[in-house]
Design a protein around this ligand. Structure first.
Ligand SMILES: NC(=O)c1ccc[n+]([C@@H]2O[C@H](COP(=O)([O-])OP(=O)(O)OC[C@H]3O[C@@H](n4cnc5c(N)ncnc54)[C@H](OP(=O)(O)O)[C@@H]3O)[C@@H](O)[C@H]2O)c1
Length: 380
């Protein structure tokens, strides 16, 4: 249980960067870190929207550089760069310091978009924010990693660049901003409940007793719905990271080890080789069949639920939800987040939709980037 849950010393409600900064830019120099699936989708979306944004909103977005682990590229606005699959003609060896200087020198307002899953990159966020550079990311490591690092990032964002991370929870769904808006407008949060894993949502949706649970896991893996090692989904840790991000947003000083997580992976299979795990997958079946029978007996359905209660206790587990609950009607790989608040007490506020995928995640990042820009009058 979450015995360590205490309100955060930092009053996020008043200090949040979205309400504390001065004039915002109309022109942004963007540096991309991690040109993988999400990063490349983001590049494509920016490129497709640049002309319209310039014309209709007077907003100039310049993609000035991209940084991978081994290589970096400048002039990524260049059509030739975009078209060349390996981009060999312009890459140079990665040099994070030169990259940073180049991005910052390329415009009066600069933003770094961290599309890596690295834990090392967020170590730099506070430094960048202090330099006045904005940071936008779908990377969950900062929001769910060490609390002192998170607090340093928040503190830096109050005096320097903005820090936005909507796509860390629910990909393109407006989850973090909705929670922020509820709190900033004076609502009181009672509970957060969420189905925050598309993979586990899909497994719970299909696990109806017609086939052993292990067969559904294999099918989800074949369809590409799971991580390469399905234990990364089944352990519940990715969901726990998202819950920590939401809990901190709500003002609770939670860390990952404060979350009570029920793993669907038996301890004896947690550390075996991946091939051996697949071989022994049917060892999950009996326990999952029992859980399904219990849900049936109660007239409910089995769902994988993350929850934060009014005392700041955070849990991630399989749960029986009533047949008329919002989670019972979730579809396929949907994420569903339900906020119960003073204003939304009897009928909670529900956000639902695809919570993963490169395109929707990139769109969440893109929307965050655009929120860094002021609202100019439409240009002729
Ligand atoms: N895919 C989704 O549906 C989804 C949804 C929500 C959030 N996210 C988050 O979005 C982020 C990106 O996901 P993805 O699916 O695009 O992953 P990905 O395809 O593996 O791409 C990650 C990229 O980051 C690069 N990278 C790793 N460490 C780096 C470092 N220290 N410096 C510079 N670049 C580095 C990798 O380069 P190498 O190829 O050299 O390793 C790769 O290009 C992750 O944080 C993920 O959790 C993804």
């Amino acid at each position: 249980m979450c015995a360590n849950a205490e309100p955060l010393a930092v009053p996020f409600r008043r200090a949040h960067p979205s309400v504390s900064q001065g004039p915002a830019p109309r022109s942004l120099a963007i540096g991309l870190i991690g040109p993988g699936q999400v990063g490349q989708a983001f590049l494509r979306q920016v490129r497709a929207a640049q002309g319209t944004l310039r014309r209709t909103r007077g907003v100039d977005l310049h993609m000035v550089a991209a940084l991978g682990r081994q290589r970096m590229w400048w002039d990524v606005d260049d059509a030739q760069w975009q078209a060349a699959p390996d981009r060999t003609q312009v890459w140079r060896p990665s040099d994070p310091v030169a990259f940073l200087d180049h991005v910052q020198a390329s415009g009066s307002q600069a933003v770094l978009v961290d599309c890596s899953a690295s834990d090392a990159v967020p170590d730099q966020y506070a430094h960048w924010l202090h330099r006045g550079i904005h940071v936008v990311t779908p990377n969950k490591r900062a929001g769910s990693g060490p609390l002192h690092r998170w607090e340093a990032i928040q503190a830096a964002s109050r005096h320097g660049g903005h820090f936005r991370y909507e796509a860390t929870v629910g990909a393109g769904l407006p989850v973090v901003q909705t929670l922020r808006d509820l709190l900033d407008t004076g609502d009181d949060l009672h509970t957060i409940e969420g189905m925050l894993s598309g993979t586990l949502a899909w497994l719970c949706y299909h696990h109806d007793g017609s086939h052993p649970f292990s067969e559904w896991v294999r099918q989800a893996h074949t369809l590409g719905y799971t991580e390469p090692d399905p234990r990364d989904d089944l352990s519940g840790m990715d969901v726990a990271r998202k819950l920590v991000i939401l809990a901190r947003e709500a003002g609770w000083a939670l860390s990952l080890n404060d979350v009570q997580v029920e793993s669907l992976v038996p301890s004896e299979l947690a550390n075996v080789e991946k091939e051996m795990f697949f071989k022994r997958l049917p060892e999950l079946d009996a326990a999952m069949a029992d859980r399904l029978a219990q849900a049936d007996a109660q007239g409910g359905v089995l769902r994988h639920v993350a929850s934060l209660d009014p005392q700041g206790r955070a849990r991630v587990r399989l749960q029986v939800v009533p047949a008329d609950h919002a989670f019972a009607h979730s579809r396929q790989t949907d994420n569903v987040v339900q906020f119960t608040t003073r204003r939304y007490a009897d009928n909670p506020l529900v956000i639902q939709g695809p919570g993963a995928g490169a395109d929707v995640t990139a769109a969440g990042i893109f929307a965050d980037v655009l929120r860094l820009v002021d609202r100019p009058s439409p240009m002729a």
